[in-house]
Design a protein around this ligand. Structure first.
Ligand code: RUB
Length: 309
């Protein structure tokens, strides 16, 4: 069974990026359901709930993870036998994965419309949704150039520049703190999201807020590419999105840190960009300003305030 392996890989970031995390968790849940041997339907539900918890506890910020797990687990709201429950879980898991893959493709198509021939783009971290838009614009033969950040401390920028290089896109690789230095050369910032709150605030890789602020000052537009399952329904009730703080050793090796008893390393993995610094959110349902986040949660995801209490 792949459940524990997937949970460990999400924690260690071998599997990373909000969309990939969601799909991997759903695949692990489906695999668990396929192999679960229990005598009755209640035991099936209990075991599935334990598996769902193991997966959702791996990383706290990407809301795609609980949203995806919840989507699959709704199969267990009502069922009559173990076999019926198993089938329902497998069907919903397949549906989610199919939806997710199509969503990323659709976002690429819609996002590419907002990239013009001759544009210089800047992206941060490694987002398959954001990168999808850039690659699609290139595929449409728009002449583009990209600035990609390094992304301390885990270096996800390296994955991004490899993909851009493989596509033959002219790319500038810069350290995170060089963004403001180059921002006047940039026409459009395009990033992904781990979560989007009801007020349109975007949670993404640490440093995104700083980049959006620099972009705002330079009058450079900021686009966020995100599937609808990254919207966080519970933020309607004022629930905050937890920001993961990772191990200090990712920033400063233990051997150095232990000689600095008065120094505490802080390592938040994400930050919050207020809606006022975001011009457009591109989802598989279309592109809209961040102020309309509530409509996605209510009309598209179908959450009502009653569901949240
Ligand atoms: C990844 C990150 C990405 C979003 C969106 O952080 O911040 O921008 O998850 O990615 P980490 P995608 O590397 O810590 O997981 O568009 O691929 O879902």
């Amino acid at each position: 069974m792949i459940l524990n392996g997937t949970a460990a890989s999400i924690k260690s970031m071998e599997i990373r990026g909000a969309g990939r995390i969601a799909r991997a968790a759903v695949e692990a849940l489906a695999d668990y359901a396929r192999n679960l041997e229990v005598s009755d339907a209640d035991a099936f539900k209990r075991e599935m709930q334990k598996a769902a918890e193991i997966l959702t506890e791996t990383r706290p910020t990407a809301v795609s993870l609980p949203n995806a797990v919840r989507y699959v687990m709704r199969a267990l709201d009502s069922f009559e036998s173990v076999e019926a429950a198993r089938e329902a879980v497998l069907a919903r898991a397949a549906e989610f994965i199919d939806h997710s893959e199509h969503a990323v493709e659709r976002i690429a198509e819609i996002g590419a419309r907002h990239i013009s021939d001759g544009d210089v783009l800047l992206t941060h971290c490694n987002s398959e949704a954001a990168l999808g838009c850039i690659l699609e614009a290139h595929r449409q033969e728009k002449e583009i150039e990209v600035y990609a950040t390094e992304v301390r401390p885990r270096g996800q920028g390296l994955i991004t520049i490899r993909a851009l290089n493989d596509a033959g896109i002219r790319t500038n690789y810069i350290i995170d703190s060089a963004v403001r230095y180059f921002i006047n050369d940039v026409d459009l910032v395009i990033v992904g999201a781990d979560a989007i709150a009801v007020n349109g605030a975007v949670v993404n890789k640490i440093g995104t807020a700083q980049i959006a602020h620099a972009a705002d000052e330079a009058r450079t537009n900021v686009i966020v590419a995100a599937e609808t399952y990254k919207f966080a329904p519970r933020t309607i009730l004022g629930e905050k999105i937890a920001i993961e703080e990772r191990d200090a050793g990712e920033v400063l090796p233990g051997a150095i840190a232990e000689n600095l008893p008065f120094v505490r390393v802080r390592n938040p993995a994400f930050d919050v960009t207020p809606a006022e610094y975001v011009d457009l959110i591109v989802t598989e349902m279309g592109a809209f300003p961040p102020e309309l986040a509530y409509l996605v949660i209510r009309d598209y995801l179908g959450w009502k305030i009653e569901d949240l209490r």
